[in-house]
Write a protein that binds this ligand. Structure first.
Ligand code: UDP
Length: 253
């Protein structure tokens, strides 16, 4: 049997060559990292939950015409995706002040923002993913003005979709991060949502109690991360009630 080729290994995922040209297999690991990987822990089952949750969000986005790299889930930890040229920018959308915005501007966490705020961060671990402006992105050639316009439009559509879905299950979407890639169709290029959408890359607060149901549970030592993610998955109906115990072999359809 031939060994498959690893294309890339990141902090939470591995990419392998896919079965056809233009595809990749995205494998979700159990590793949780924060503060530029200074804090690291293996959280049993996190990869399984994020694989399912990212599938759920990306499938929903595809269905409303927001293009994503997701093709189909292969198994508990892997999904087939389209290969893209990644744009080296993290796009963050915020509805409520939290995290680095609160710290940078002295705005109390939990303050509702007057409108969704879109921010860009340059993806470079050695620099700690610095906040950058559209000027930097265009001047340094990371993306064009047209790309940026498309990226903002995509990010705001994702925000509307995710906010609505989460509010429907009693969860407030505080902020989230997406990554975007370029695909070529003949002579034309198109931008699509890539990477993952999961509680690793969103801030999710219980609408009634404010309980954190995202990676801040790990960053700030607030309890069991997999309990929080399981709660999100359970509310969205993407995990059967008893599948939190992933140690047992289970049949998947
Ligand atoms: N985020 C992410 N990856 C990063 C940085 C941020 O997924 O490398 C997400 C984070 O989970 C949050 C949003 O982007 O939902 C905004 O994060 P923020 O800028 O407040 O930074 P943090 O407080 O996470 O350092």
């Amino acid at each position: 049997m031939a060994r498959r080729t690893k294309v890339y290994e990141g902090k939470a995922k591995v990419l392998y060559e896919g079965p056809e040209p233009g595809t990749l297999v995205q494998y979700f690991k159990d590793d949780a990292t924060a503060f530029n990987a200074e804090k690291h822990q293996i959280i049993d089952g996190k990869g399984v939950l994020n694989n399912r949750l990212s599938e759920f969000f990306m499938t929903g986005l595809n269905a409303i015409g927001v293009p994503t790299h997701f093709i189909r889930r292969i198994n508990m930890r892997e999904q087939l995706i389209r290969a893209v040229e990644m744009i080296p920018i993290e796009v963050v959308v915020r509805n409520v002040a939290a995290g680095s915005l609160s710290k940078r501007l002295g705005i109390e966490e939990g303050t509702a923002l007057p409108r969704p705020i879109v921010e860009f961060y340059y993806k470079d671990d050695s620099l700690g993913d610095p906040l950058v402006s559209e000027e930097h992105i265009i001047a340094f050639g990371w993306a064009s003005q047209q790309d940026l316009d498309d990226m903002v439009a995509l990010a705001l559509r994702v925000n509307d979709f995710l906010s609505g879905v989460m509010m429907g299950v009693g969860i407030k979407l505080v902020d989230f991060k997406i990554e975007i890639g370029r695909v070529w169709e003949g002579d034309f290029q198109r931008l699509i949502i890539a990477d993952e959408i999961s509680p690793d890359s969103c801030r999710l607060w219980d609408a009634a109690t404010g309980r954190k149901l995202d990676k801040d549970v790990f960053r700030r030592d607030l309890g069991d991360l997999s309990d929080a993610y399981t709660e999100v998955a359970r509310r969205l109906g993407v995990m059967p009630r008893n599948s939190a115990n992933i140690a047992k072999p289970t049949l998947i359809n």
